[in-house]
Design a protein around this ligand. Sequence first.
Ligand SMILES: Nc1ncnc2c1ncn2[C@@H]1O[C@H](COP(=O)(O)OP(=O)(O)O)[C@@H](O)[C@H]1O
Ligand SMILES: [Mg+2]
Length: 456
Amino acid sequence: MSYRILVVDDDENLLKSLNKILSLQHYSVDAISNPMQVEKLLERNQYHSVLLDVKMPGINGLELLKIIMQKSILTPVIMVSGQSNIEIAMRAIKEGAYDFVEKPIDPDRLLIVLKHALQHQELVEAREKITQELLKNFKMVGKSVALRNISDTIEKIAKTNIKVLITGESGTGKELVAKAIHYNSNRQTKRLSEINCAAIPRDLLENELFGHKKGAFSGAISDYDGQFLETNGGTLFLDEIGDMDIHLQAKLLRVLEENEVNVIGDTTPKKVDVRIISATNKDIEQLIKSGKLRKDLMFRLNGIRIHIPPLRERKEDILPLAYHFLNKFNDSHNRQILKINRQAESYLLNYNWPGNVRELMSVMERLVVFIKGNEITIEDIHRVFNNMNISPTAYSDVIPNLENKLADLRTAHEIFEKNYILEVLEQTDWKKSEAAQILGIDRTNLYKKMRKHGII
Ligand SMILES: Nc1ncnc2c1ncn2[C@@H]1O[C@H](COP(=O)(O)OP(=O)(O)O)[C@@H](O)[C@H]1O
Ligand SMILES: [Mg+2]
């Protein structure tokens, strides 16, 4: 790729020689002597760097620098300055110029400064891209009130050091919330470590968290920094905290109270600065009642609680998430599936998603990979569900409940009616007259009810 450089200088002779120096190195050069044209050119073209004379008639280099930085914030600007204007060039650097070269121009020095500027620019752009990608990956998709509240909370607390306890069924997005907090915090350049307390046996977990000194126990052949030391300055995500051994919980509590770790086999505690985010898919109160979670530890961990409701209790999120995953998997599998048809949408909305967002995500991935047309239909969903061993009738709740409360009879009736109609439609492959016949109502009435229940 040839780099494109804009050169601005009112001295026509200098302009010519700069153009020659740069063109010989295969840079593509736009050289102008009228500073008033800069804005227009910046709008029209993308420059990798700008060489800017400090002093020109009509406008001063500092003002022009400001305009360039506004138009194209990431483009490095190199000031070109005569001896008498070095001071202005220094000021320009304070204002954001990348560097300066002195007149008379030494071509070697100019080329080195320019090369560095371009390298710097590439790094800045790459970092910017990565940050944007990261933040995009940790965006919580959904428009339910519950989800919006969660996003607001994340935004409010990310930059603080408050401890966060996240609760919610498996697959609701607990880990994603932990990542969103870390990558939106000032700790984002430090480590985010994750430990699943359910997956590691007690002794190993203790070692993993706190580390050991050489010789602390047989087999400890060298010093080992546990996660607390390794993660110093960063965030430690303790998943499935309810499964941590109760004695280990006492040790963890001590670390949290003192901000110090006792490395196994070491007599002097070590100071640490680690933000703790913990999570569980179990009922916290139940865990405490049954003696599985220490109450004092829970109070320590629970600086703020974020509860993520199951997907079936925030149905408004289902379709935004389905389309989000549709786009994502279209990209990663080179597919171009454009939409989910009405019936299929309605099916997704009414299924009860016991595996929550994780389940929706894998259903969408399979749909994107396996379907033939460019529109997802209910038959496609059936096929995928069959393939994943999901019972297609799992979507009708046996006992109608709303947000975990038993519904009144009228509401229960409505829920039952809707689910039953869906079930019959399912079984008749959405042939309305057949379904109407089974339900013992006429087609118009069936359509009316479907509309009422948001099925069409
Ligand atoms: N609101 C959301 N928007 C986008 N992706 C989500 C959302 N909630 C969950 N996910 C995705 O679903 C999957 C499961 O989420 P995860 O955080 O691992 O759940 P948990 O830790 O509660 O089991 C992950 O791939 C996650 O990125
Ligand atoms: Mg998880």
